[in-house]
Design a protein around this ligand. Structure first.
Ligand SMILES: Cc1cc2nc3c(=O)[nH]c(=O)nc-3n(C[C@H](O)[C@H](O)[C@H](O)COP(=O)(O)OP(=O)(O)OC[C@H]3O[C@@H](n4cnc5c(N)ncnc54)[C@H](O)[C@@H]3O)c2cc1C
Length: 365
């Protein structure tokens, strides 16, 4: 078996690396660049290179390329801190979801804007009383003729303040078991009745928001997939969200910085480095298995758990190496302050362990 990269893959990596260098020089180096680095211009450039929707079928405007190519590009962009957040969510999960469950009309209406990097999407899942327990969500969409009328509140909605569309997970029925009345609806964020309030986190970033829906009228044709039966769709979407390289490399740039400063003569530092380097390799293997479709169903929970806990270890290492400098307010401190979020966003580590135990290993609840 040949474990090495092909010439084409090496060329692609080189192209991505050189784009990343140039992009960081022009758009800045961003910590956690896939969730904190917002630059519409940068996303438009990715679109122009056809690096968004790279693996989607060509009939939907995608590149039809193998998933490993997307892994290579993403690895280079995220490690370097290129601001890709304006297009990342849609590229990672809304586009694939529309391809899998959407109508031809929805694909024609929404995929081109995603592919060109022109539209930004946010994910409206979490609510004040329903984060881990998604089936407990209460934001309601009631059918009125050829519209849904939506009322309720979402929270922690990253990029709601700048997004064009919210991919809303909401309740269209309360009559059966909680997870059975759930639907997914595309909500343009410029509709009357929507109020968006940014939340400032401790890094001073305001990417996530509270979103209030007060009788918001949305065309019924914006329903994606089956009405009241979207729980499985949402779980599939979360698989896209959990098993990718973004969950391993968020703070890789800070790690590289710490490596330059670390006292490599200190055996304890060397020991820690060996452990972190091993973690990066193991995480990459787990992600590669997800990307190649070789991981068992639901296993992305384990991949996400391992990779994000690794990112937290990396942040702790960077803090120790930089010492007092890490406490002085600035780019590095802001990056380190973000670390507790890794094991929360996209589902907490506790929940990932539950999923692994119950759904993958079949352990009793
Ligand atoms: C940086 C960041 C960005 C985010 N972006 C988005 C976004 O764009 N869109 C969106 O919808 N959401 C977003 N979120 C929200 C995120 O998905 C939720 O915070 C997460 O799912 C946890 O939900 P919660 O905050 O309600 O915590 P809770 O569900 O209230 O959990 C609180 C604690 O209880 C534990 N717990 C809960 N239930 C169980 C259980 N059954 N077994 C064991 N332990 C349990 C949890 O592990 C956690 O430690 C974001 C969060 C962060 C930090």
């Amino acid at each position: 078996m040949e474990f090495g990269w092909t010439d084409e893959q090496l060329e692609l990596r080189e192209a991505a690396r050189s784009f990343a260098l140039d992009a960081v020089a022009r758009f800045g180096r961003h910590n956690d660049s896939w969730i904190n680095g917002y630059s519409k211009e940068c996303s438009r450039e990715l679109g122009a290179r056809r690096w968004i929707g790279l693996t989607w079928p060509t009939e939907y405007g995608g590149g039809g390329r193998p998933p490993i190519d997307r892994l290579i590009i993403a690895e280079e962009l995220i490690s370097a801190g290129v601001p890709i957040a304006a297009s990342w969510f849609a590229d990672r999960q809304m586009g694939p979801t529309l391809i899998a469950y959407g109508t031809d009309e929805q694909r024609a209406a929404f995929l081109p804007g995603i592919l060109s990097g022109e539209t930004t999407w946010c994910i409206g899942m979490s609510e004040p009383d329903a984060g881990s327990d998604l089936a407990g969500l209460s934001t309601a969409a009631r059918r009125e003729g050829d519209e849904f009328v939506i009322s309720g509140q979402k929270i922690w909605t990253s990029f709601a303040g700048v997004a064009d569309y919210c991919y809303l997970i909401c309740r269209t029925s309360t009559e059966s078991k909680p997870h059975l009345g759930i639907s997914e609806i595309i909500v343009p964020l410029n509709l009357p009745g929507i109020e968006i309030r940014p939340i400032r986190d401790m890094t001073t970033n305001e990417h996530f928001c509270e979103v209030f829906f007060d009788d918001v009228h949305v065309p019924a044709e914006n329903l994606v997939g089956a009405e009241g039966n979207a729980f499985g769709q949402t779980m599939r979407q979360l698989e896209h969200e959990r098993g990718g390289i973004d969950r391993l490399l968020s703070n890789r740039a800070l790690y590289e910085l710490a490596l330059e400063r670390a006292d490599l003569g200190d055996p304890l530092v060397r020991q820690e480095l060996a452990s972190i380097e091993t973690g990066y390799r193991l995480g990459r293997l787990l992600v590669t298995r997800e990307v190649l479709g070789q991981a068992p169903k639901g296993f992305s929970a384990a991949t996400k758990c391992f990779c994000t806990e690794h990112e937290v270890r990396v942040a702790n290492f960077v803090s120790r190496v930089l010492g007092a400098e890490a406490t002085r307010w600035g780019d590095v401190a802001a990056g380190l302050c973000y670390a507790p979020g890794y094991t929360i966003m996209g589902g907490t580590s506790n929940i990932m362990r539950n999923v692994l135990g119950e759904r993958v290993l079949g352990l009793p609840r």
